[in-house]
Design a protein around this ligand. Structure first.
Ligand SMILES: Cc1cc2nc3c(=O)[nH]c(=O)nc-3n(C[C@H](O)[C@H](O)[C@H](O)COP(=O)(O)O)c2cc1C
Length: 327
């Protein structure tokens, strides 16, 4: 594991939105990634997910609103001690109410006081009904927080628990983890830079049902693209046919053949500061693409004529700008 991902101390804030039912999975994801996690629940959060579930998964007590000013726990000043302890504060889900409280800097809730005291990165994952999210008050609150350096993650679009279709869903655990790593990455060496990464194989069709390819998984290109994104790069990810479970944060373009890969790459290459060529682009394609399935026709052998694909790396080399980095 990358050294800076090791044993990070995370406060996981959980507020009272319907998607809080996913928060035990988020907690498990953080623990599985080796994080030390302290859970802070708002009073409304407790209505959606039980402290018992969370404390059992965490293997320790969780912090509740009733602890904040209590005789037993108040003297520990959990809002200060947890803020001082944390490497990052993640609020998932984050309700419209908590966004508003954070934007106004109120301290009534333990979680909001903790954010006021936090010196570490704060990442919030708004999740709510599509109209609540689009309300000017919510939009303004998000903008205020962004201006203060809080990472306000984009909610996902899809079917919402309230019955609506649209934007407002809490992203999955993988997306939440990647946002966290991005916030914690110690290097921002690619801040403001445009980075193009190619990944995966290409498929060169012989007929409508057959193609020649290679076993590239695209994993290396994906890892390089993620790292560039952690480091602050604006990442364009041009990939051949391979499975990628999370392309969030990238401008992703999917291609099939080497010809398509070349077209996409050449179209954007001029504006790139760094180009990483990690795709396993097929060297050859069928000289003539059969319009229908090539039949056996009692032949023991058959011959398929191949022609060379263009060398994308060489083409990029020819138009390389001064200062542009090709890898
Ligand atoms: C069934 C139900 C579901 C709710 N879901 C959401 C939600 O997904 N997002 C949201 O912003 N508010 C939602 N609310 C409203 C919040 O629970 C309410 O604003 C609460 O005061 C939030 O408090 P907190 O931010 O301190 O946790 C929901 C309310 C109910 C009754």
């Amino acid at each position: 594991m990358t050294w800076w991902k090791n044993r990070r101390k995370i406060v996981l804030g959980i507020t009272g939105g319907i998607s809080a039912y996913k928060s035990p999975e988020i907690l498990r994801g953080l623990i599985k990634a080796g994080c030390d996690v302290e859970v802070v629940l708002t009073a409304a959060g407790e209505r959606f997910v039980s402290p018992m579930v969370l404390s059992t998964l965490a293997g320790k007590r969780v912090w509740r609103q009733e602890d904040f000013l209590s005789d037993e726990m108040g003297w520990r000043m959990p809002h200060i001690s947890l803020a001082d302890w944390a490497d990052a504060v993640v609020i998932a889900p984050c309700t419209a109410e908590t966004l508003s409280n954070l934007a106004r800097g109120t301290g009534r809730e333990l979680l909001c006081s903790l954010v006021l005291a936090a010196q570490s990165p704060v990442i919030v994952f708004p999740a709510m009904n599509v109209h609540m999210l689009a309300h000017p008050a919510t939009e303004e609150n998000c903008e205020i927080l962004k201006k203060r350096g809080v990472t306000v993650a984009e909610p996902e679009t899809g079917s919402l628990a309230c019955g609506y279709e649209g934007k407002g869903r809490l992203p999955g655990v993988e997306v939440i983890m990647e946002e966290l790593w991005r916030a914690l990455c110690p290097s921002k060496s690619l801040e403001g830079k445009n980075v193009l990464v190619t990944a995966g194989p290409t498929w060169e069709y012989l007929d409508p049902v057959r193609f020649i390819s290679n076993p590239s998984t695209g994993k290396m290109g994906y890892a390089m693209a993620r790292t560039a994104w952690y480091r602050g790069g604006r990442v364009t990810f041009v990939h051949g046919p391979a499975e990628f479970s999370n392309l969030e944060g990238f401008s992703a373009r999917s291609v099939v053949s080497a010809l398509e890969m070349k077209k996409e790459v050449m179209a954007v290459s001029g504006g790139m500061d760094v180009i990483v060529k990690a795709a396993a682009v097929g060297d050859f394609r069928a000289a003539t693409l059969s319009g229908r399935k090539i039949k056996r026709e009692k032949l023991d052998t058959t011959t398929i004529e191949l022609e060379q694909n263009d060398d994308i790396a060489a083409a990029l080399g020819k138009i390389k700008r001064p200062g542009q980095i090709l890898v």
